[in-house]
Design a protein around this ligand. Structure first.
Ligand code: PMP
Length: 374
């Protein structure tokens, strides 16, 4: 009898999976580690979900989430065939790798280096830590290229000079605004980069509702550019797992071919549709979160933290006195959970999700106590 381990594909055996933010269910915990929205979904959204929990749960949901696509098409001034809905935008990021990138090698042949670009997933470092995992799962090559100083987007001339950037990479992910730094990018800068790329570019706008500008117009202008959005962060729907891509109809149709038949759960579709009928509620929350972000950034700066300017619902900081990992450990017993990444290039930082003003007051009190520790 073979060992179970030997039955697993070598690629999967060796794989380092994505590291999730912790989801503890401890009462009274100020949870600032996974960029969830501190405000609940609108009461109308909750009513829509409750109203749908009846005998209909025995039926399959709409396989393409068509009514939701149509509402989104109206919102974004495009056609419904420019939109695909996913089980969170994470699912669509994974589909993009499978759809547009060749595996580096399969059982028959090893890809020649001249063809490596066709097997390359490219992204800036640091950015969303899922991208390299998706590339690894697919057996694709990874090209992680450092961002500029303070997480700025390198210009086309800069990446050309650095020589490590591939203008022919099959797929390039750009997190905009950047995570984990929160650094916002101008559409004009993104456009220059997009124009220079020969392969697909996914602009991952998971946090864009907290930013000054979005780059949606680029996807309607350039057929090789896709924009990823999610209902998780700005629309308080992490639990329901709904995200989407906007892009060229031919690319969207290709993604439809490889998704699961009923990839978006029915209650998620209903929740997302009701969300789009209540945008005023969410827009008021964006304003509150942005104001709290700016206030917290000032307060932490006064306490000696280095705070990077953010256009997202989180901030990245370099804390004073102790290492970032120590701060994580010291905040936790005070019922405050923040995010620390162990990767070499980001281990000096803490990422703090913007919560309610009251949650931020609790954080600041804990920080002050830690700073005054003997
Ligand atoms: N993109 C980025 C940059 C993210 O941080 C996240 C959330 N971790 C996602 C995409 C995925 O969000 P979801 O799958 O919840 O839509």
């Amino acid at each position: 009898m073979k060992s179970p381990r030997s039955l697993i594909r070598p690629l999967v055996r060796e794989l380092h999976p994505y590291v999730y933010g912790e989801q503890p269910k401890i009462k009274g915990l100020v949870k600032l580690n996974t960029n969830e929205n501190p405000f609940p979904p609108s009461p109308k959204v909750l009513r829509a979900i409750k109203g749908a929990t009846d005998g209909r749960l025995r039926l399959y949901p709409n396989p393409t989430a068509q009514p939701l696509c149509e509402k989104l098409a109206k919102l974004h001034h495009c056609k419904s065939d420019n939109i695909i809905i996913g089980n969170g935008s994470d699912e669509l990021l994974a589909l993009a790798v499978r759809c547009f990138v060749e595996p580096k090698q399969n059982s028959k042949f090893k890809i020649q280096s001249s063809k490596l670009a066709k097997a390359t997933v490219q992204y800036f470092a640091p950015s969303y830590s899922l991208y390299p995992v998706l590339a690894d799962i697919h057996g694709a090559a990874k090209n992680a290229v450092p961002l500029g100083a303070n997480f700025t987007l390198p210009g086309v001339a800069d990446v050309k000079r650095a020589k490590t950037w591939s203008f022919k990479a099959a797929l390039t992910f750009v997190t905009t605004p950047n995570a984990p730094s929160g650094c916002g990018y101008k559409t004009s800068e993104l456009e220059k980069l997009c124009r220079a790329q020969k392969g697909i570019v996914v602009l991952d706008e998971a946090y864009v509702d907290f930013a000054d500008e979005n780059a949606l117009k680029l996807t309607l202008k350039y057929p090789h550019v896709l924009v990823a959005r999610t209902f998780s962060k700005a629309y308080s729907l992490c639990f329901q797992r709904v995200g989407y891509f906007v892009g060229n109809a031919e690319l969207i149709a290709a993604l439809h071919k490889i998704r699961d038949s009923y990839n978006v759960n029915g209650l998620g579709q209903i929740a997302a549709e009701a969300t789009l009928d209540n945008l005023g509620y969410y827009r008021a929350n964006f304003k509150k979160i942005i104001a709290t972000r700016e206030w917290l950034s000032r307060e932490l700066t006064l306490l000696g933290f280095r705070v990077f300017p953010s256009q997202a619902n989180f901030i990245l900081v370099v804390p004073p006195r102790f290492t970032a990992q120590n701060w994580l450990q010291k905040l936790r017993p005070r019922a405050v959970l923040v995010r620390w990444f162990s990767a070499r290039d980001v281990k000096q930082y803490l990422r703090i999700t913007i919560g309610t003003r009251m949650e931020m007051e609790t954080l600041l009190q804990a920080v002050k106590k830690i700073l005054h520790e003997k």
